[in-house]
Design a protein around this ligand. Structure first.
Ligand code: PMV
Length: 346
């Protein structure tokens, strides 16, 4: 018995950052992100029935080439999913993946790839009659076990992960992400200019990064701040309040980096050009009143977010004032993608 499925899942960029984990990939604080439109991982999964063994049996190909290093990540994911997916041991699996975006440019490939693997595994489970519970919730749960932020890549638009309070209600779950639907129409189109300052491989792995929060002197304060920022940014998205959105998003980006800088083993991941561009963005905003703001993930590259109405003004700014400070003058234009993952019968 054989079968095959194909899924495409988006990467995402966090507005409120997940930083620090506990237990089995559970977040220390709630987070919220925008799923991207063009930056995606495309994965096909083929399964062939075999004699059951205790081991998982699979191959992984990235852009046509066998990738042993990544196989370890898939192995870890399969181990973590546990008994509800033990039927997988009756099959040999073949994953084939590719990304629509380059490596190490500030676009999280772990989020889009783990989300696409989880979707493929859930489709396989569904096809073989082993899926229990709602499909996307399950896929989000599974992708979380591969990479925390991946669980938000299961939905288009805005998605949150972790428990939080909003409008006096307790919402969200630490186990899987949920879509945020209460978004003002002014925020229906958010563009993301990804300014590539340095594309060298990550100086700090995400596992090491999160572990810096264990025993961090500001851990409690960070959790309080993230919960507050979560409420503020959800309010801003709901009301169409750009100024609050901008303040929270930039505060979160700088907090993430300051937490790294003042942890026991300190890391400075921003480069001189990162600071220079932040300064330029602030000056540009002051001069023109453009609705744009920056965010960062755990690296030196900037995401310059803006509303659709500012597209031409911001692109001109990037071309005229930022380009000369970017690695090979390179940036990537993406935007919030509303559709979320895409399934195709392979
Ligand atoms: O999902 P991970 O373990 O790669 O962690 C992602 C952490 C940040 O990108 C810095 C923040 C986030 O919420 O995406």
């Amino acid at each position: 018995m054989t079968g095959q499925v194909y899924w495409e899942a988006p990467s995402n960029i966090a507005l409120v950052k997940y930083w620090g984990k506990k237990g089995l990939q559970l977040p220390c604080n709630p987070s919220v992100s925008l799923s991207l439109s063009l930056s995606k991982t495309q994965t096909s999964l083929k399964w062939v029935k075999k004699e059951r063994t205790d081991e998982f049996s699979f191959d992984f190909f990235f852009e046509g080439e066998k990738k042993c290093l990544f196989e370890k990540k898939i192995e870890a994911l399969l181990e973590r999913i546990g008994p509800s997916f033990s039927f997988v041991k009756d099959y040999h699996l073949e994953f084939r993946s590719s990304n629509t975006f380059p490596h190490s440019v500030g676009i999280a490939s772990s989020a889009s790839s783990m989300a696409s693997f989880a979707l493929c595994l859930c489709s396989m489970a569904k096809a073989l009659g082993h899926l229990d519970g709602p499909f996307y919730e399950k896929a989000s749960f599974i992708s979380r076990l591969g990479s925390g932020s991946a669980c938000r890549s299961l939905y288009g638009g805005v998605a949150s992960w972790g428990e939080f309070s909003w409008q006096e209600k307790k919402l969200g779950s630490d186990l899987f992400a949920t879509p945020v639907s209460k978004v003002h129409e002014d925020f229906s189109e958010i563009l993301d200019f990804i300014l590539i300052v340095d594309s060298s491989p990550k100086a700090v792995s995400s596992t090491v990064g999160h572990s810096l929060m264990n025993g961090h002197p500001f851990l409690e304060a960070r959790i309080t701040q993230a919960n507050k920022n979560m409420e503020s940014v959800l309010d801003a998205l709901y009301k169409g309040d750009w100024e609050t959105f901008q303040n929270v998003v930039e505060n979160e980006a700088l907090t993430l980096h300051s937490l790294m800088m003042n942890s026991v083993t300190p890391f400075i991941l921003m480069k001189p050009q990162t600071f220079l561009l932040i300064e330029k963005i602030k000056n540009f905003r002051e001069k023109t009143g453009a609705k744009c703001c920056f965010t960062l993930d755990a690296g030196p590259n900037l995401h310059l977010l803006c509303l659709k109405s500012e597209e031409n003004l911001v692109r001109k700014f990037v071309q005229e004032e930022c380009k000369k400070h970017l690695e090979n003058g390179r940036w990537i234009e993406d935007k919030m993608g509303k559709d979320g993952p895409k399934f195709e019968e392979a």
